[in-house]
Design a protein around this ligand. Structure first.
Ligand code: PMP
Length: 359
């Protein structure tokens, strides 16, 4: 039996995608083997990889002048790869800190570069985003890094920061493909695949071409954007299965209205869940309304002793992985693209029952 899986990642994938992968698994494209078993340099895989890239460009409306890279090492690897590619030793970079992932990115960058935190929401316990214009971007920074959606505490920017010409870096791991985005505002976008794009093992980097050619000599070659761009992300063996599956997920996104369709579906889900939480008198969400994530919805109950029973009873009802991140506790429902509205409605029904029994 399939459950409604509210995991933050690796996360639920569209059933149609899994079914297609299953149908194709043993005999991919009539070659008598699976996509996992073919050479990444053979024509069938090279074409599959190129068509996934074309679909990504189409779905995200990526303008000319950007390279798409399909790499390994996860989004966490990019926390190191980005300073190694885009900053020179002795330079400084700016960060906006809105949660655990930007905090980790700052710590990693500090190994290579001076990191200025120009806005820090730690004092608000990461419950909001700084207002546009409330911080000063350094004129000489190599770039500004921020996290459009913080997965752990469910804090999402409702605007794209203005940088005054400095390249903007967006860690879109948990929001990519969830709604339209103006790629031209970014110097670089990166995202681990295992939420809205496919299985883990793949990190997608979309980088403006004028930012290439600056990698430090000590940058590992597999993370050197310039070398990887020149090699079509095949300097070494890429994560072939994840790349293939990304292509299937993008086909599904296209068949379901593209990013406009995703945005409509995601807003309806988020509105339903936050609306219920706010009116429940039993559950609360600590994030300021304008910064509430469409993808990750944390919620609390007044009595923390009810958290474990909530999570285990929900799992018995087919609603899995609702525990909050181990660092913050509480509960969290991740409602990525693949989660249907029916799954959110089933969660709300369960929450109502649980509140009635325990209120
Ligand atoms: N950034 C964000 C916003 C994330 O949610 C995550 C993972 N949950 C990461 C970075 C780290 O990604 P990975 O595990 O792919 O290295």
């Amino acid at each position: 039996m399939r459950v409604y899986n509210f995991s933050a990642g690796p996360a639920m994938l569209p059933l149609e995608v899994l079914e297609r992968a299953k149908d194709e698994l043993l005999d991919w494209q009539g070659g008598g083997m699976s996509v996992m078993e073919v050479s990444h340099r053979g024509k069938p895989f090279v074409e599959c990889a190129a068509s996934a890239e074309a679909a990504l460009r189409e779905v995200m409306s990526i303008p000319e002048g950007y390279k798409c890279l399909f790499l390994q090492g996860g989004a966490y690897g990019e926390f190191a790869a980005i300073p190694l590619n885009l900053s020179a030793a002795g330079q400084s970079v700016d960060f906006i800190n809105t949660g655990d992932w930007s905090t980790k990115a700052i710590a990693e960058a500090k190994k290579y570069v001076t990191a200025n935190v120009i806005a820090d929401e730690k004092a608000s316990n990461f419950s909001r985003v700084p207002a546009q214009g409330s911080y000063q971007v350094s004129k000489d920074a190599a770039y500004l890094h921020y996290t459009p959606n913080e997965t752990i505490r469910g804090v999402e920017f409702d605007y794209v920061p203005e940088t005054g010409g400095i390249p903007l870096i967006g860690d879109m791991s948990s929001t990519i493909l969830s709604r339209p985005v103006d790629v031209s505002k970014f110097g670089l976008i990166f995202a681990g695949a295992q939420k809205n794009m496919g299985p883990s093992g793949l990190v997608v980097v979309i980088v403006r071409e004028d930012l290439l050619g600056k990698a430090r000599t000590e940058c590992p070659s597999v993370w050197d954007f310039t070398q990887q761009a020149a090699a079509d992300s095949m300097l070494n063996t890429p994560p072939t299965f994840s790349w293939y599956l990304l292509g299937l997920v993008l086909d599904w996104v296209k068949a379901n209205g593209g990013l406009e369709g995703m945005a409509k579906r995601n807003k309806a889900k988020a509105d339903a869940l936050y609306g219920y939480i706010d009116g429940s008198g039993f559950y609360t969400n600590p994030v300021e309304k304008n910064a509430r994530s469409w993808m990750n919805v944390p919620f609390l109950v007044a009595n923390p002793e009810l958290e474990k029973p909530f999570v285990s009873e929900a799992a018995k009802a087919g609603l899995t992985n609702l525990a909050g991140h181990r660092s913050v506790g509480g509960m969290r429902a991740s409602i990525y693209n693949a989660m249907p509205l029916e799954g959110v409605q089933a969660l709300i029904d369960f929450m109502k029952d649980f509140a009635a029994k325990n209120g």
